[in-house]
Each structure stands twice: as structure tokens, then as C-alpha cells.
Ligand binder design. Structure first.
Ligand code: CMP
Length: 140
């Protein structure tokens, strides 16, 4: 399988509970390498641009306000099949459906406050990485 990169976000519910290290340990234990990482505070507008694909959804306002409610850690994860592997490590969007041992099963509080985001396709990964990181910040 090819080496891929994917965009991950540790969301405000997780940074508020000081879970960055525990979540990063899950990625690293799964063989994903954190090749770029920064802690930032998004505006509602910046969160809206990032989640533009969801702008017609009823939860869009709730989602963008939540993503701007506190710091997030944006990061690039690299590894074999990193996009799908990260989605396995995260678990299902709704923590009630997430498999035991996954990040969302262990840490998420609700479908909205679900601790992490991960790109869902190679196209999304490329677009989402470029939204937060310049080439100079990706040192491998
Ligand atoms: P994420 O993987 O970041 O992609 C879109 C996000 O929308 C998703 O995780 C959830 O946090 C959020 N989301 C999905 N469904 C709902 C919902 N019914 N109510 C609130 N937020 C939702």
C-alpha cells in the first residue's frame, strides 16, 4: 500500500480536556507519523470554509461555532494507507457507534463534540492539508 498523508484535527472538546497527548499516542501506536502539527484558534468563518461541503446541513452553524469555541490542533499524519488507517483509529463519527479502543469510543462526548476530524479521501486530504499547511511546513 502507498504512503499517504492525511489531515487530522484534534477538536476543542479534546484540547479542553488536555487529551492531545493521549490522542497522539493512538496515532503513533497505529504506525501513523505526525509530520506536521500546530495549535490554532479558528474563527467561525475559517471553520466554515474548511467545512464548506457541509454548509447546507442543519448542523452547520453548530459545527462551525463549536470548531471556533477553543483551540484545535491541526496535524498531518503520514503512513501506509494513512487516510483509511486514521479513520479506523478515530472510529465512527457518532461515538455511540465507534468500535472499542478507537479515539471516539474512548474520548468523544457526542456526534458534534467527537474529539477528532480526519480526511475521508485522497482528494479531501490534499485540499485539507493545503488549507492549513504550506509545503515548507511539511518536512516528513
Ligand atoms: P467530522 O469528521 O469533523 O466531519 C463533519 C462533522 O460534522 C462531524 O465530524 C461531526 O462532528 C459533525 N456532525 C455530523 N453530524 C452531526 C450532527 N447530527 N450534529 C452535530 N454535528 C454533526
Amino acid at each position: 500500500m502507498a504512503i499517504e498523508r492525511t489531515l487530522s484535527i484534534i477538536k476543542p472538546d479534546a484540547t479542553a480536556r488536555n487529551l492531545t497527548g493521549k490522542i497522539n499516542a493512538k496515532f503513533e501506536e497505529a504506525g501513523l507519523r505526525i509530520v506536521a502539527q500546530k495549535r490554532i484558534l479558528l474563527t467561525v468563518g475559517q471553520a466554515g470554509t474548511f467545512y464548506a461541503v457541509h454548509k447546507e446541513r442543519p448542523f452547520f452553524g453548530e459545527l462551525t461555532e463549536f470548531m471556533a469555541s477553543g483551540p484545535v490542533v491541526v496535524q498531518v499524519l503520514e503512513g501506509e494507507g494513512a487516510i483509511m488507517k486514521n479513520r479506523e483509529v478515530m472510529g465512527a463519527t457518532n461515538p455511540a457507534d465507534a468500535a472499542p479502543g478507537t479515539i471516539r469510543a474512548e474520548f468523544a462526548q457526542s456526534v458534534g463534540e467527537n474529539s477528532v476530524h480526519g480526511s475521508d479521501s485522497p482528494e479531501a486530504a490534499a485540499e485539507e492539508i493545503a488549507y492549513f499547511f504550506s509545503g515548507l511546513e511539511l518536512v516528513g
